[in-house]
Design a protein. Structure first.
Length: 242
């Protein structure tokens, strides 16, 4: 009987995290990083990209809700200077906010889902990126009539990313404060190959941050929820089980 081939793993760059997935993210797939505001979704994503860049891999960060200069400034505040990576071409930060201007200004125009997805995948292929982060996977402000377009966009984007198996991607998603949901729109967790949940919890009258792996196709996972800290230079650092 032929032995089952083990999936290639991509190291996350998150200190202590890869033990939860027995070696990292299975390569060539997309993973949801879900959490309330302030839980560290953007930092997790940047830390993942920087880990690849330090190994010589090209990376691409697609910002849907923030301008690139804000991302760069926030990273610098944590001790990460992205300018060298940007000037060398190892990192690209793409401003995708204009694609969703119809949502923000409520002009009533329909989102061109397939054009947006084609452009994103085009950036990945032309850059040769091995790692990508989309933060967040879809804009947070939209009218009720736009909801079907957003759902179609998410579904089409995730499937297109996974068709391009040379790139392993993180997709952030907002969880409403106090909610037990694991995504903002309700489709992300079904489309993505794995879910990492970041939470803020009350413990001894203090707020603590926690991380857990909800699902991960193609690998064993440790379902234990761990506390973590956000530290200068080091970023997310796992500490102990909750």
């Amino acid at each position: 009987m032929e032995a089952i081939k083990e999936l290639e793993k991509v190291e996350s760059g998150i200190e202590g995290f890869d033990k939860l997935t027995y070696g990292g993210f299975p390569s060539g797939r997309s993973y949801l990083i879900a959490g309330e505001p302030g839980t560290g979704k953007t930092i997790f994503s940047l830390q993942y990209l920087i880990a690849g860049i330090k190994k010589g891999e090209k990376a691409i960060y697609i910002s849907i809700d923030e301008k690139p200069e804000h991302i760069i400034a926030d990273a610098k505040g944590l001790g990460w200077d992205l300018s060298e990576y940007l000037s060398s071409g190892l990192l690209q930060i793409i401003d995708a906010t204009h694609y969703f201007s119809a949502i923000y200004d409520q002009s009533g125009e329909k989102i061109n889902v397939h054009q947006i997805v084609d452009d994103i995948i085009g950036h990945v292929k032309s850059s040769g990126a091995k790692r990508m982060a989309i933060d967040p996977i879809a804009p947070l402000i939209f009218s009720e009539k736009d909801f079907p377009n957003v759902i179609e966009f998410i579904r089409t984007l995730v499937f297109s990313i996974e068709d391009n198996q040379n790139c392993t991607s993180l997709l952030t998603s907002y969880i409403p404060v106090g909610s037990s949901k694991v995504s903002c729109f309700g489709i992300e967790e079904f489309a993505a190959s794995g879910i990492v949940v970041l939470r803020l919890r009350e413990f001894n009258n203090k707020k603590i941050r926690t991380v857990s792996v909800r699902k991960m196709r193609g690998t064993r996972i440790d379902l234990t929820e761990y506390t973590f800290e956000l530290l200068p230079q080091r970023g997310l650092t796992l500490r102990q089980p909750v």
